[in-house]
Design a protein around this ligand. Sequence first.
Ligand SMILES: [Zn+2]
Ligand SMILES: [Zn+2]
Length: 130
Amino acid sequence: MVQGSQLYTGGCLCGNIRFEAVGPIDRPHSCSCKMCRLHSGAFTVTWAEFSAESVNWTGKGESPALYRSSEGSRRAFCNICGSSIGAVDDKPIIALLLGSFDKPDQAELVPQSESYKSSRPQWWHPEVHS
Ligand SMILES: [Zn+2]
Ligand SMILES: [Zn+2]
């Protein structure tokens, strides 16, 4: 758990879905699993988790559209522009994709681990420098 009650904001490409999330953030990490790849169109995505009650949907579109991608979680996206926003879990956790943050270049958001490293193409080597 990364300490701090900082406010994080972000949203989708068209601005229909916007969020405000209050830290602390949990488990900033990257993931290269097939589900994240298909959800985002990117080989690797980066995530930060928040308790569900600390995330507010503030855009005109209110809550994002949801697709149940697995037992326990639904993928969140904008139903207008299609941007991937995150994942809304059945347990009260909302994971947000760091790529949707207004200010992703912050020390506490640096991924601490990489999930499903072996699932990415062998020629793809994302580098994280904190
Ligand atoms: Zn949008
Ligand atoms: Zn994944």
